[in-house]
Write a protein that binds this ligand. Structure first.
Ligand SMILES: N[C@@H](CCC(=O)N[C@@H](CS)C(=O)NCC(=O)O)C(=O)O
Length: 227
């Protein structure tokens, strides 16, 4: 958690006054981390404004709320800036998910949902690492062995998640949608846009079915990035 500088704080406070105390989510839904955060906010019916800044083009503005220059961050109406989708979602669930539908407050159900969530989050991390390796380096500086290592990690993660989806019933952890479903669907949809070869013509039928079912819900489908 970091505080904004004085001018940003003033702007955030002014913004809050003008807009009726809305939070500001920084980042584009093409980032799976941003999208999972936006989706949690949408499902819980939290009002927020989204600034669709890009890490490649808007570094200075992004650093105002996160010194590391990553997205997402969430600026609260009092100017407080939260960073990292995990910490932001922790706050949002704590504050707005009064029935604790997305993540149980304690016990084995919480552990199970968090384990699946972090598997899907790890898949996002590997997908993004592969994308950076392929797109942010000059071609002659790409290290093929490292790329293969990342791709194997990604493939193992996807296979494991597919196994969980195959053995689940309605949603990944029972009859209600949880943070595990949201994070999984955001990971799969990200791969589908950025590196479709990992998804298409592969044995991920259960994950694709889950994605289709989840995206039919407006609060999820409305944030889906397009191919
Ligand atoms: N653990 C973080 C990961 C965030 C992350 O890596 N975001 C990417 C966008 S997909 C980013 O900001 N990359 C820019 C960079 O690392 O310089 C989270 O869950 O929010």
């Amino acid at each position: 958690m970091f505080n904004l500088n004085v001018i940003d704080l003033f702007n955030a406070s002014l913004f809050a006054l003008v807009t009726g105390l809305k939070m500001i989510l920084i980042g584009r839904n093409l980032s799976p981390f941003v999208r999972r955060t936006a989706t949690v906010l949408n499902i819980l019916n939290v009002e927020y404004e989204q600034r669709t800044l890009s890490t490649a083009e808007d570094q200075l503005e992004i650093r105002a709320s996160n010194p590391i220059g990553r997205v997402p961050s969430l600026i609260l109406p009092n100017g407080e800036a939260l960073i990292d989708s995990n910490a932001i979602i922790d706050y949002v669930i704590d504050e707005y998910d009064t029935n604790r539908q997305l993540l149980a407050i304690s016990g084995s159900e919480r552990r199970a949902v968090l384990q699946t969530t972090m598997l899907a989050h790890g898949i996002m991390e590997k997908g993004v690492a592969i994308s950076y390796e392929q797109n942010r380096r000059p071609k002659e500086k790409i290290y093929p062995e490292w790329l293969s290592y990342l791709e194997e990690q990604l493939a193992r993660g996807i296979a494991s998640l597919e196994g969980l989806a195959l053995n689940s019933s309605n949603w990944l952890h029972g009859d209600k949608i949880t943070l595990a479903d949201i994070t999984t669907v955001c990971a799969i949809d990200y791969l589908d846009v950025r590196m479709p070869s990992f998804i298409q013509n592969k044995s991920v039928q259960a994950l694709l079915t889950l994605s289709k079912k989840a995206n039919a819900i407006d609060t999820i489908g409305s944030s889906k990035p397009s191919n």
